[in-house]
Design a protein around this ligand. Structure first.
Ligand code: DX5
Ligand code: ZN
Length: 219
């Protein structure tokens, strides 16, 4: 029997009501969230634009130290902005392995004093994360194509989570596996069973009537 891991829940504010962002973050903290997942999109790496540095800075002013701020950068050339996301208040900054500046960004994030992570798009194999495992705190496995909330979970990604879990455990590393996209009470189960320790949830939390109940159902 595998030891039961504690699962952390990271609501994605992409699905929150941005006009009431402060209340929306207060509400998920009160509801038991472990982190705030902050999706940054540049309209190039993904076909959508979301929020960036000024919004993170405002959020961090109010919430830094109260909850872990997890910035997921879906942007080209992440090495150009990585340091500024740490300075703006991110505790964790994750960058896509598909970007040319990924390795530089990881180094910059660490040097700036935050936890670095790498992200794998659905078509990217687990192997892309391997060179980074000694330098990062988290691998983020996308279970949808990045760019939009509210998409369907891709169960085809489960073997990738399994593989990463095996490698991380066999090397005795404490790297977290975070899963992002289409997480709900049904899809959370196989993701956790495959070895995920952090679940990002946008719609499953922010489009629910009761955030505490929604978070509880995901664990
Ligand atoms: C997609 C984002 C996700 C998104 C998840 O590009 O990285 O974090 O907000 O939303 P749901 O949980 O609704 O799929
Ligand atoms: Zn995300």
């Amino acid at each position: 029997m595998m030891p039961k891991r504690t699962v952390k829940i990271a609501p994605s504010i992409l699905s929150a009501d941005f006009g009431r962002l402060r209340e929306e973050i207060d509400a998920v903290i009160a509801a038991g969230a472990d982190r705030i997942h902050f999706d940054v999109m540049d309209g190039h790496f993904v076909p959508n634009i979301s929020v960036g540095l000024p919004v993170l800075e405002s959020v961090a002013k109010r919430f830094k130290g109260k909850i872990t701020l997890d910035a997921h950068l879906m942007i080209e050339r992440p090495e150009r902005y990585a340091q500024r996301f740490v300075a703006a208040g991110a505790d964790i900054v994750t960058v896509h392995t598909e970007c040319s500046g990924c390795a530089d960004a990881v180094r910059i994030i660490r040097d700036s004093g935050a936890v670095a992570g790498v992200v794998l798009k659905p078509a990217t194999s687990a192997d892309a994360a391997l060179p980074y495992l000694d330098d990062i705190g988290v691998v983020l496995v996308m279970t949808v194509e990045p760019g939009f909330g509210g998409q369907r979970f891709q169960p085809e990604q489960l073997p990738k989570i399994h593989k990463l879990r095996d490698i991380i455990d066999s090397r005795g590393l404490s790297v977290e596996i975070e899963v992002d996209g289409g997480i709900n009470p049904e899809t959370a189960k196989p993701a956790i069973a495959a070895g995920a320790t952090v679940l990002v949830a946008g719609n499953a939390v922010y489009k629910s009537a009761d955030y505490a109940e929604a978070i509880k159902k995901l664990r």
